[in-house]
Design a protein around this ligand. Sequence first.
Ligand code: TGC
Ligand code: FAD
Length: 397
Amino acid sequence: MTAAPATMSQTIRPKDFLGLDALLGDEERDIRDTVRAFVADRIVPEVGDWFEAGEVPVHELAPALGKLGVLGMHLTGYGCAGASATAYGLACLELEAGDSGVRSLVSVQGSLAMYAIWRWGSEEQKQQWLPRMAAGEAIGCFGLTEPDAGSDPGAMRTRARRDGDDWILHGQKMWITNGSVAEVAVVWAATDEGVRGFLVPRGTRGFTTQDIHKKLSLRASVTSELLLDDVRLPAAAMLPEATSLRGPLSCLNEARFGIVFGAVGAARACFESALDYAGERLAFGKPIAGTQIQQQKLAFMALEVNRAALLALHLGRMKDAGTLRPEHVSMGKLGNVNAALEVARTARQVLGANGVTLEYPVIRHMNNLESVVTYEGTADIHALVVGGALTGIQAFR
Ligand code: TGC
Ligand code: FAD
């Protein structure tokens, strides 16, 4: 008898079916494990209560996340960790396995607010804000969306006009993550010179915020409206290097990249919950895991989680190699968030009535993913970006 090939002797690990762990380097695995342990220790025991209460202790969490090194993790200098894109993605994956709201906090802080300053800001702005933001001592938010301009930010009505050396900012921003808890708001406004970004510190005269309540999704995350009533800002408050919509859209690429990985985390948490539950839950005298219908669901979920993880990892390697384009990120966000939503909905059914409670993480992830599929470019917008790249025809307008 001939010996079985070496690969055949490997056992299947249900929670890492394809052995994707082997695709990570030692440092990546260390970072992944550190963030995973933080999530198990600090997020998982609390997040159901935060979600139920619609409250999250941002000012406690942010310094802890800063200490963990995940705020502005992929940026260099100014107290940032300078990690690879893939390592940052893996951190987002683990954070979102805890809750999309926690990953959102990290995305908005590092990929949107800090990245905007890091990429488009002056040296003084970087020195003033980035070290404190990396440490989680100062929270930032990113104001692009308006009540009448979401998918089409070019239709924004918020305007900034020059008044001597100063700028006067007037308008309204809507659905802004961490708006009311931020020490600094990055606000994008139309000017006679194109779309420009402004740093608006909390407490600036004429600048107020109001939280948005009654959300049934992303409840462990603060979402606010920003009101800018003729806010006077010095010239030094403007991000000098951003002069068009390319400024904010470049930040979105960074945050969308994190979501490509994060969605895998939410999907994985739902799949693992369903797998464990199916093994323990008895119906008709046997575990439901022993029925064909539930096995089909488990196989579908395992496939989607593994496929999404592979896509994320591939895009991470491309970003580290400098070959990742915004259209690739759109494909990743579209594919992985849709996959995560399908996994969450399937897992919820496997859990029966228990699937509708906060005793299990599934319905929380499922509801959160309705925000994730909408923010950072809706699934429709990303389909249109991919469609435009495939056909050479832009179909937005
Ligand atoms: P378009 O004419 O195509 O482009 C205007 C300028 O921007 C450049 N550009 C990009 N640059 C970098 N990255 C990208 N992805 C870019 N897409 C376009 C473009 O080259 C041009 O540059 P320039 O130098 O010639 O001025 O712009 P458009 O008005 O036709 O819009 C295109 C579209 C629809 C793709 C864009 O508007 C879009 O992405 N819409 C979706 C809006 C969105 O995603 N908003 C998210 C708000 S932030 C948020 O949701 C945070 S959620 C919290 C969390 O993340 O956790
Ligand atoms: P709309 O743009 O009005 O879209 C409505 C529907 O029309 C969608 O299904 C969309 O896909 C579809 N649609 C739009 N245009 C087209 C088209 N050309 N062809 C076909 N279909 C189209 N924004 C920020 O700036 N900063 C934040 O921190 C932030 N945080 C958020 C947090 C949460 C919890 C949520 C829910 C949103 C957040 N947003 C934030 C806003 C988010 O980015 C927008 O909701 C999103 O861009 C979509 O805009 P909209 O809601 O105005 O939808």
